[in-house]
Design a protein. Structure first.
Length: 111
């Protein structure tokens, strides 16, 4: 499911300090309208996904449910996080496009 481009973009965002992690940190950033894209791991609890989706919808923030905690943590150099906030508009745009491309490609596959 992981992609080299997506991994590179997330790594660049993390090194540029434009990627924040953690449930409470992300909630706070969303409330302050600092988040351009929120990424929630697909294996997060239903409550986490629901809460983050509602919070993003009420503040007009883009959200994507993608990957697993392990995959996203490995790509970003963090450990055991399931919620990731991209705070830079340019990083958010390219990461969103890559996630959408990967997800649209995987939907067409027959298992």
């Amino acid at each position: 499911m992981t992609d080299n481009k997506l991994s590179a973009y997330l790594g660049f965002a993390a090194r540029a300090r434009q990627l924040q992690t953690g449930y409470n940190t992300c909630l706070s950033l969303i409330a302050r309208h600092r988040v351009r894209l929120l990424i929630v791991a697909g294996d997060s609890s239903e409550n986490t996904v629901k809460k983050m989706t509602q919070k993003c919808a009420s503040h007009g923030t883009d959200i994507r449910v993608f990957g697993t905690k392990d995959e996203l943590s490995r790509m970003t150099g963090n450990s055991d996080n399931s919620v990731f906030a991209v705070t830079d508009r340019n990083f958010a745009n390219v990461i969103k496009k890559e996630i959408d491309r990967i997800q649209s490609g995987s939907e067409g596959e027959v298992l």
